[in-house]
Design a binder for this molecule. Structure first.
Ligand SMILES: [Zn+2]
Length: 479
């Protein structure tokens, strides 16, 4: 039984041994993740040239963009040449998704539209359709199998699909079905979600729990928040979830603390489960996954997707490891095709061989709190540094003595708009000496956001007065 994968427990030798011990992985001779860096960049450049040519010929959006901006697309020969192409704002795609659909003429056998999934539409509220051809489906299938390989799943596992079965086809539910099918593992769909009038189809959380226990499921796949609720409720009901060994958790809120909490409420062997904080989005039709906890989120298909991290102001590529706007370029797609598409998230990445498992390709790395990515519009800027209020919240959640807190951003000199920004943490404390607590809090905030805050002590109602407002205001921007 495989248990929790900590950084340091995973080595390239162990990863290779795992691959070699399963026929389904061993026979994947084309897997780009095990290519040498030279081989991989050759493949990526080859795919990119073909993709850009297809976009120039058959994509209504890029044909028009290349003409209008006089983009010399023939000169895009390698990934380094990508800067010749302007970025694609997310709004452009959400506004007219059909303009990004390739109309290959004449169509080949695999160019038929096979499936449509929808973006979750978190930033605008409007979900956009994303088209897959048969060619895309087969490529996605390979990517899913490689993703399962990275996170140590095997054909002997039993997958429990906790993604909701909703009224719009979403990758969460459907890619989980594909993942299980590709490995030949058993699959149980929880089919949670809300019934549409006249369609009594869905299971309640309690029914889903009974189902999971009955089938002795070993892998949970779903949104982190929902899995947490599932595990806590399971404990309450006394449902036996001890067979769970892997929890694939998606969503930006899956922090280190949440992983620990889930483990603490799982029974028996499952309390050592490997909890993966995946990074999934429709435009990549699957999830980036970890080979070990917090060890980086692997792009499972560097032959299909290329990521850049851009300076939020200049939109120029940032050096490896720096935090910026994530941009995605499709390298080998035939349905919806996006080039240098701004996903709307802030993240950091590293390229080259993974120091843990030894695979090639890029990995998202943690630079803000304990999460890989955060919606760009949730972040505030303090003297050019990006601060994620969620990360502060996670850091302070476990500190004994902190009753309420509030972050205040203001100018050092309120009369001078060009003066430095100042970050103040207002705290209300109980049951602990201020000087003991202060050091811990300052350290934690510095770790979360890279800034040392000033501390100001206040009484709770100054931050949160339940008789006046429903929720505490955690961040105040006085600039
Ligand atoms: Zn790795």
């Amino acid at each position: 039984m495989l248990s929790r994968m900590r950084v340091g427990e995973v080595t390239p030798e162990k990863a290779r041994e795992f691959v070699d011990s399963w026929e389904i992985y061993r026979r994947d001779a084309q897997n780009p993740l095990w290519m040498s860096p030279e081989e991989l960049s050759g493949l990526q450049a080859h795919n990119l040239r073909k993709q850009v040519e297809l976009a120039a010929r058959f994509s209504p959006y890029y044909r028009e963009l290349f003409r209008r901006e006089k983009v010399e697309w023939e000169k895009v020969r390698t990934l380094e040449d990508l800067e010749r192409i302007p970025v694609t704002p997310m709004e452009a795609y959400l506004r007219s998704p059909l303009a990004f659909l390739l109309v290959v003429d004449p169509p080949g056998e695999l160019d038929v539209t096979y499936e449509i999934t929808y973006t979750s539409g978190t930033s605008t509220g409007t979900p956009a359709p994303f088209f897959n051809t048969a060619y895309d489906m087969f490529n996605i299938s390979l990517a899913m199998r490689r993703m399962a390989e990275i996170c140590w799943m095997t054909p002997r596992d039993t997958m429990f699909n906790l993604f909701p079965y909703g009224n719009l086809p979403h990758i969460g539910f459907y890619r989980t079905v594909h993942l299980a099918s590709l490995l030949g593992m058993k699959l149980v769909n929880a089919l949670t979600g809300r019934d549409a009038p006249g369609f009594p189809l869905h299971r309640s959380l309690d029914e889903a729990l009974e189902l999971a226990a009955e089938h002795r499921v070993t892998v949970l796949a779903g949104m982190g928040r929902q899995e947490r609720r599932f595990i806590l409720r399971g404990e309450q009901m006394g449902v036996d979830l001890s067979s769970v060994r892997i929890v694939l958790s998606l969503g930006e809120t899956v922090t280190e603390g949440m992983r620990e909490e889930m483990r603490a409420h799982l029974p028996g062997e499952a309390s050592h489960a490997f909890i993966i904080n995946g990074y999934g989005f429709t435009e990549c039709q699957g999830s980036f996954v970890e080979c070990c906890e917090s060890g980086g989120n692997h792009n499972p298909a560097p032959n299909l997707y290329h990521l850049e991290v851009l300076d939020p102001q200049t939109l120029r590529p940032l050096p490896e490891g720096e935090l910026g706007l994530l941009a995605l370029t499709h390298l080998d797609r035939r349905g919806t095709v996006l080039l240098r598409y701004l996903v709307g998230d802030l993240a950091a990445l590293e390229r080259g061989t993974c120091p843990h498992c030894g695979r090639a390709g890029e990995r998202l790395v943690i630079r803000m709190g304990s999460t890989y990515a955060v919606r760009a519009d949730k972040v505030i800027r303090v003297d050019g540094r990006l601060v994620n209020p969620e990360a502060v919240k996670n850091q302070l959640a476990g500190v004994r003595g902190v009753v309420e807190y509030q972050l205040v951003v203001e100018k050092e000199d309120p009369g001078d708009p060009l003066s430095h920004d100042r970050l103040t943490l207002r705290l209300s404390v109980a049951g602990r000496l201020r000087q003991d607590l202060e050091r811990e809090v300052v350290d934690r905030v510095r770790e979360a956001v890279g800034i040392t805050p000033r501390i100001e002590y206040v009484q709770s109602p100054e931050i949160y007065d339940p008789s006046r407002i429903l929720k505490a205001t955690r961040i105040v921007d006085n600039r």
